[in-house]
Design a protein around this ligand. Structure first.
Ligand code: GLC
Length: 441
């Protein structure tokens, strides 16, 4: 077992830390305006205006089996779908609202088909559930709400009852965790502090555990699925720390105790979560695979997001991005699954990132910046059993001795820092980031 211990939490995170790589799916009515999942708030749309999306929602090409096939090919082991995002629209047939997919031209319980398809491919199933809800009549207006600029917002809030909304959430979470079999992850989103910058916002409070009645909400979830993994965004610490759209530079730690925690970076292909037609900031193959390696090298998971189109398919840019993962993972997944941060005694050479198997028997050197002919690694001398490239299992020769020139004679001796030289072919193999697999003694 790896010498790194993470903080104990209520859910079962063991499989999660092993699997390392998941697919996030943000899908809802916002795929239709196709200019950000926060569109209703950003453009301060009225409910009447937003209704046009509901009335025309018809993802005729929805084929979750195809989504699941692509996720699996990309090497993803689990999946998290927005069953409801901030807009309040439910992708499942909830008894507690009319604002759901079954009442649109689509007419289907999209969550049901999603669960069946991904489960059939062997992926573990997660549900994202938005704590924020811009459709529910009892959800009070705040600085994030589409009605944030209305002069009478506080007046309107007097008629709203967050207690009722909290109960609505418990009811829906009960539906989600009762009607779809075993669910592995529940991803709540999110709590926030008041915002001051602008005078219109200064009048609002933030929202957190009292508003959501998080204790009861979590209790409801745990009663139904005791070892489910729950994130920390309901403002009560649970199992999962979720840095969003940034890459931590070290293993995430608990703020008070300093313990290492189970963490999952969530990232997008192009900047937004929902389908955004005109977004041009798509990440390069190097960035995509680099994020995965970097994350695992710091003991974390990566949840990579896809925003399907309103017709229900992954557009060509998303497919291409998934293919980048598929091509790399096909040969290199052994350095990802069941791997974590390498023991501190091994120092990554320049331009390389290390991971190590949980049982500490294999060390992986990901070559992010391919050097000329040789790579020197400190802390390894005397510990190597065998070395090969991971992608084709071809042997790599190495030298544990350092050659020192004295008076024109070459003397060999073990380097004091335990440095080992691994010899590489001059031409970089046809792999985005070649990986060296070192079997340790
Ligand atoms: C944010 C956003 C949201 C997205 C989520 C994913 O908090 O509000 O649109 O769903 O992060 O982490």
């Amino acid at each position: 077992m790896s010498s790194y211990k993470t903080r104990k939490t209520p859910g079962n995170t063991e499989w999660f830390r092993h699997d390392r790589f998941g697919m996030f799916i943000h899908w809802g009515l916002y795929a239709m305006p196709a200019r950000h999942e926060w569109i209703k708030s950003k453009e301060m749309m009225t409910d009447e205006h937003y209704q046009r999306y509901f009335d025309h929602f018809d993802p005729d090409m929805y084929d979750p089996k195809e989504w699941a096939r692509q996720a699996k090919a990309a090497g993803m082991k689990y999946v998290v779908l927005t069953t409801k995002h901030h807009e309040g629209f439910c992708l499942f047939d909830s008894k507690y609202t009319d604002f759901k997919s079954t009442n649109t031209p689509c007419g289907k319980d999209l969550v049901r088909e999603y669960v069946d398809a991904f489960r059939a491919e062997g992926l573990k199933i997660g549900f994202y559930y938005s704590l924020i809800d811009w459709h529910h009549e009892d959800f009070t207006i705040d600085s994030r709400h589409p009605k944030k600029m209305l002069p009478d917002a506080l007046e309107q809030n007097k008629t709203k009852d967050m207690r009722k909304y909290a109960e609505y959430m418990r009811n829906q979470v009960t539906e989600l965790l009762t009607n779809y079999g075993k669910i592995h992850i529940l991803w709540f989103d999110f709590s926030y502090k008041p915002e001051y910058g602008c005078p219109e916002f200064a009048r609002f409070a933030g929202k957190g555990k009292e508003d959501w009645e998080s204790e009861k909400l979590i209790e409801t979830a745990r009663k139904l699925q005791p070892d489910i993994i729950i994130d920390n965004r309901a403002d009560i610490e649970q199992d999962l720390w979720t840095p969003e759209q940034y890459q931590p530079t070290e293993w995430v730690r608990h703020a008070e105790t300093g313990e290492l925690v189970t963490w999952e970076a969530c990232q997008t292909f192009s900047g937004s979560w929902g389908y955004y037609r005109d977004e041009m900031t798509w990440k390069s193959p190097e960035q995509l695979v680099g994020m995965l390696i970097k994350t695992v090298s710091l003991g974390g998971n990566l949840l990579m997001n896809v925003g399907p189109t309103a017709r229900g398919y992954f557009d060509h840019r998303a497919e291409a991005a998934l293919k980048v993962y598929a091509d790399w993972m096909k040969y290199n997944s052994r350095s990802i699954y069941g791997c974590t941060m390498a023991e501190p005694s091994f120092k990554a050479p320049q331009g390389c990132l290390l991971t190590q198997s949980e049982d500490e028997k294999r060390l992986y050197v990901h070559i992010m910046d391919y050097p000329f002919k040789a790579l020197e690694i400190e802390g390894l001398a005397g510990k190597i059993e065998y070395v090969q490239f991971l992608h084709d299992a071809s042997e790599l020769l190495y030298d544990e001795k350092q050659k020192v020139m004295t008076d024109g004679l070459t003397v060999e001796k073990v380097n004091e820092s335990g440095k080992v030289t691994i010899f590489l072919p001059v031409v970089k193999p046809n792999i985005l980031f070649p990986t060296i697999e070192i079997f340790l003694k």
